[in-house]
Structures are given as structure tokens and as C-alpha cells.
Design a protein. Structure first.
Ligand SMILES: [Zn+2]
Length: 195
């Protein structure tokens, strides 16, 4: 059987959202900062090395939509729930201390990566288990299959603990800050994406 070659065509869109904040520790204004928001990669696999204009436009549009989705989510989180995604760095440029509002973004991400890793690991585990029983692959042993499951569980748990530790550290660090401010975000600059 001839091997088929696929070419991966992809587009990524990104944008900077201007913001600033008053430091809760040294009280100075951070000055103009930029949150660099990157949309999910739009991918099209093709048998051909080049793609036509039509397909290229579709890919562009998809990448734009992915970015818009992310910016809209960041906007909704910030304006409705006071959750600031981690792209809004909370380290003061003057005294380098963290801000209390920086905790919200970490909390939102706490379960994200552990769940993704667990899901991907489970899929690989199930495929290997099926392959072991039905495909009779010589080098695939049962301990190896359950090894995959073990590594998946350990990685997810360690990541979850690490994320929780990061949250607790930031909570502790910012609890000594006298005031609790929130960042000032200039959403006008990304109006187009919020429509
Ligand atoms: Zn400061």
C-alpha cells in the first residue's frame, strides 16, 4: 500500500490588548502594557503542497474566528465575572509584585490542562488496549498498556497539584497587598473582534 502524504496548512491569528493597572503594592501605575492573545490554530490537511485561494480564505476566516472567540471570552470573563486571563500579566513593572486580580486567571485554568492530558491519555490507553487484544502487535504488552494509564493519571494529578500550588502561592503573596485593584483594559482596540 503506498503511503499517503498529507500537507498541513495552518493559520494563527493574534492581537495585543492594551491595559494598565495601579500596583497594589507600590501604588505606582504600570504604564501601558499589552496582553498578547493568540487564537487557536486553524488547520487544513491536504494532499497538495499548495492550497487554492478559496481554501486559503476559508483558513484565514477560521483563524480569525478562533481569535475572536478567545477575545470575546476574555472580554466576557473580565467584564462580567472579574476573571482576568493569564495573558494579562499581573507582575508590576516597578516592584515586580503580583496583583490580587491575577489569581482569577490561574483559578480558571486550574482544571484545563489536567483534563486535556487525562482525556488524551485515556484515548491512547483505550486504543492500545484494543490493539493489544485485536491487532496482536508483537511489542505491545499488557503492562505497557496499563503503564500508559498510570502515566496519564500521575501526570494529570501532578499538574492539578502544581496549578493549585501556583494559586495558593499567588493568593499568599497578594494577601499582604493593602488594596485590591483591577486592571484597566482598553477593549476599544479590539472592537472589531467583539462584534
Ligand atoms: Zn509595584
Amino acid at each position: 500500500m503506498p503511503t499517503r502524504v498529507y500537507y498541513k496548512h495552518s493559520r494563527i491569528k493574534d492581537i495585543n490588548v492594551p491595559y494598565s493597572f495601579q500596583c497594589e503594592n507600590c501604588m505606582k501605575n504600570s504604564g501601558d502594557l499589552q496582553a498578547h492573545i493568540i487564537g487557536a490554530e486553524a488547520v487544513y490537511n491536504s494532499n497538495f503542497k499548495t492550497i487554492n485561494d478559496d481554501r486559503a480564505n476559508k483558513l484565514e476566516k477560521e483563524a480569525y474566528e478562533n481569535l475572536a472567540k478567545k477575545v470575546r471570552e476574555a472580554y466576557k470573563d473580565a467584564t462580567e465575572k472579574e476573571i482576568y486571563c493569564t495573558e494579562f500579566k499581573d507582575e508590576c513593572p516597578h516592584c515586580h509584585k503580583s496583583q490580587s486580580w491575577g489569581v482569577s486567571g490561574l483559578k480558571k485554568k486550574r482544571f484545563e490542562t489536567p483534563i486535556v492530558i487525562f482525556a488524551v491519555g485515556m484515548i491512547i490507553f483505550i486504543i492500545s488496549l484494543l490493539a493489544y487484544y485485536f491487532a496482536e502487535i508483537e511489542y505491545l504488552t499488557l503492562p505497557m498498556v496499563f503503564g500508559i494509564l498510570g502515566v496519564t493519571i500521575v501526570c494529570s494529578v501532578v499538574l492539578l497539584l502544581w496549578n493549585t500550588l501556583k494559586i495558593n502561592m499567588k493568593l499568599k503573596e497578594t494577601s499582604v497587598n493593602g488594596t485590591q485593584n483591577i486592571p484597566n483594559i482598553d477593549w476599544n482596540k479590539v472592537q472589531e473582534l467583539l462584534k
